[in-house]
Write a protein that binds this ligand. Sequence first.
Ligand SMILES: Cc1cc2nc3c(=O)[nH]c(=O)nc-3n(C[C@H](O)[C@H](O)[C@H](O)COP(=O)(O)OP(=O)(O)OC[C@H]3O[C@@H](n4cnc5c(N)ncnc54)[C@H](O)[C@@H]3O)c2cc1C
Length: 270
Amino acid sequence: MLVVACVKQVPDTTQVKIDPVAGTLIREGVPFIMNPFDAHALEESLRLKDKYGFRVAVISMGPPNTEVTLRKALALGADETILLSDRAFGGADTLATSLVLAEAIKKLGQKEEVAMIVCGRQTIDGDTAQVGPGIATRLGYAQLTLVDRIENVDLQARKIKVSRRLEGRHEIVEAPLPALLAVIREINRPRYPTVPMRLMAGDATVTLWDNKTMRLNQETIGLKGSATQVRKIFSPERARGEILGDGVNNPQEAANLLVDKLVEKGVICL
Ligand SMILES: Cc1cc2nc3c(=O)[nH]c(=O)nc-3n(C[C@H](O)[C@H](O)[C@H](O)COP(=O)(O)OP(=O)(O)OC[C@H]3O[C@@H](n4cnc5c(N)ncnc54)[C@H](O)[C@@H]3O)c2cc1C
């Protein structure tokens, strides 16, 4: 049985700059990394393999250089990696992205039964957290988001029990398999690849599925298949702060100054 991990290659946002004219992210010369949440999704998939004996397939939709990220997944212990890459997939929003990923999982499922899909909570570039639920909806799978612990997997009864981290509390949820999990960072600490595994991954195969292989309707993928388009990306203007009561040591006096200022600005009225 298969566990499918979805990983996205993203620009290292600590280094991303925005093109003020085009209103797009400047990707040239920016290092790419595995989306941080997906490193935890991959780690959880490998732990399911260690504990229950699943095979782990890792899929990613992206440009050809995404192969680098998939080789990292092989070095960590993934059994199979699929790169979904084609110009026709480019410019996709979450609707079109979830379609290509769901169709790829269907295709994997024709060869081997898929028990679970593990995604990250969200990416650090698009940041929508929509793709995981989109894939689950398209495949008719149960979806479990904000997962911070897998309590149990019962392959006999075909059920999974997880803990979800909500605001200030946890929720224990049980769902039928197959299921999609969107995990948060707190679920685990990713392992490091060993040197032999890195060397093996350097020679291993990363399977490429383009649209000749996937045979998807051109109207449903990429820019054409996207309901939303990012028109412009820009940094919000920073409002100038004001230091109140410089040198005032008495907290009461400082509080009075703040209240006066808020009244003056019409934020509050007394
Ligand atoms: C700044 C910016 C803003 C955007 N805003 C929107 C928007 O508002 N609406 C919209 O529809 N699109 C938006 N997009 C496009 C969107 O980023 C892409 O559609 C993207 O492929 C998926 O969305 P996401 O990055 O938000 O993923 P999320 O939904 O945040 O990703 C959740 C999980 O899905 C999996 N996943 C996501 N993408 C891939 C992939 N390519 N390959 C494998 N697994 C994947 C990963 O496990 C990931 O952790 C935006 C892009 C950018 C750069």
